[in-house]
Design a protein around this ligand. Structure first.
Ligand SMILES: Cc1cc2nc3c(=O)[nH]c(=O)nc-3n(C[C@H](O)[C@H](O)[C@H](O)COP(=O)(O)OP(=O)(O)OC[C@H]3O[C@@H](n4cnc5c(N)ncnc54)[C@H](O)[C@@H]3O)c2cc1C
Length: 368
């Protein structure tokens, strides 16, 4: 049923996009899923979701990935919604959840700052309580698709004297509030997928505080959950491997022993990744929490993806230096896309170095 729906309704030009898509491109599809009642497969039915159990949810995501469905700006569905269901008040749930489902509100994530990424607890954007409002000043950065968003959820410092983790609160903020400016950042690939967001004495109603003041760190950590498995999905690598093979055929490299050896090595890397992913997906299917060793999956998934990206660029010869859609023999490819996307994937969702630290500490029990 889902496959037929995708064929019927998903815009063909947006299949297997080599970059994140913007709201003006994907908004119609978002609303189409919303009208069908399928925009929030993981949300409970009581809140307007589909309430899919874990195994069906994984199958759902796999179908979307296999069809090459682009990721819409989905932080509302994946992040804010689940946070509000767990930590938000009934009033906040009523005010925000329906507008996430309908696509009326589009959310972005304001965690990282220029000096607080891996070490997120050192964040400095501050919120001072003044009557019924917090006054927020500071800067967020790498905020994915903030230029498309109507709202931002952010971590702010509400107690400078407390230990770093203990003085952080979680706020919801309308991006139209006076004092906010959003400046897109052009990335290596030439796209503007993330932004800097500046706050200059922005008034945020106290009613937009989620949970208790200074308890934001607990909420921030709770967001990780299912995303860790999602980041380890083999679909991107499988897709890139398909591109490498097509390139080999288009450029007559299939009889070249160096190409074939590299292709075989990478195909085995992808097979290993798929096997590892299946193992972790089984935890979720059984309803068990993911063990800390899932960090290995994120590392292997993103580094395999990047290795394939590099092989595409190397084997494309001088064409490998060209960005955008490039004619390759009788075909056409975005030759740099996998390399760029793989490089970014090694950083977001907790950099691979940080994942290695987790493995060292919690799995290998090495001294810190
Ligand atoms: C494509 C993309 C989208 C993003 N979207 C968002 C978003 O929507 N919202 C948001 O809030 N953030 C977002 N981020 C930011 C992302 O979460 C951070 O980039 C990431 O947490 C790393 O932080 P940093 O960039 O400050 O690097 P740093 O933390 O400064 O790290 C620099 C380097 O040092 C290494 N390093 C740091 N600490 C250690 C350590 N203890 N041990 C070993 N090595 C270490 C890192 O691995 C990295 O290689 C996005 C990033 C990217 C690339």
């Amino acid at each position: 049923m889902l496959r037929a729906f995708l064929v019927r309704h998903y815009p063909t030009p947006l299949r297997h996009m080599p970059r994140r898509v913007h709201w003006h491109e994907i908004g119609d599809w978002y609303r189409c899923l919303s009208q069908q009642g399928w925009i929030a497969p993981a949300w409970p039915e009581a809140h307007g979701g589909m309430g899919l159990p874990a195994a069906k949810l994984i199958a759902w995501h796999e179908e979307f990935e296999a069809y090459g469905v682009a990721r819409a700006p989905d932080q509302g569905i994946l992040m804010v919604g689940p946070v509000l269901m767990r930590f938000g008040s009934a009033e906040q749930q009523q005010r925000f959840l329906p507008k996430i489902l309908s696509g009326e509100n589009i959310w972005c994530q304001g965690y990282s700052e220029p000096n607080a990424g891996s070490d997120l607890a050192s964040l400095r954007a501050e919120a001072l309580l003044e009557g019924e409002h917090f006054i927020v000043s500071g800067q967020k950065t790498w905020t994915t698709l903030a230029q498309d968003a109507t709202h931002i959820f952010l971590l702010v410092r509400t107690d400078k004297a407390a230990k770093p983790q203990a003085g952080i609160s979680f706020l919801l903020c309308d991006l139209n509030s006076p004092g906010i400016s959003v400046r897109p950042i052009r990335d290596l690939a030439g796209h503007c997928e993330f932004c800097e967001v500046f706050f200059d004495k922005v008034r945020v109603p106290h009613a937009n505080l989620v949970g208790q003041v200074n308890q934001g760190w607990t909420i921030a950590k709770a967001l990780l959950g299912f995303e860790r498995l999602h980041l380890g999905s083999p679909k991107q690598s499988q897709h890139a491997l398909g591109h490498l093979k097509a390139l080999g055929q288009q450029l007559d490299l299939m009889d070249d022993s160096a190409f074939r050896t590299r292709y075989a090595e990478l195909a085995l890397d992808v097979a290993n990744l798929t096997a590892l992913y299946t193992q972790y997906a089984d935890y979720v299917k059984r309803g068990e929490p993911l063990p800390p060793s899932v960090s290995m999956l994120k590392i292997w998934a993103t580094e395999t993806y990047q290795r394939i990206g590099l092989a595409i660029v190397r084997n494309a010869g001088s064409l490998g230096a060209l960005s955008g859609a490039t004619a390759t023999g009788d075909g056409q490819q975005h030759l740099l896309a996998a390399l760029y996307n793989g490089s970014a994937a090694k950083i977001y969702g907790g950099s691979n170095e940080v994942q290695r630290n987790i493995l060292a500490r919690t799995v290998l029990e090495l001294p810190s």
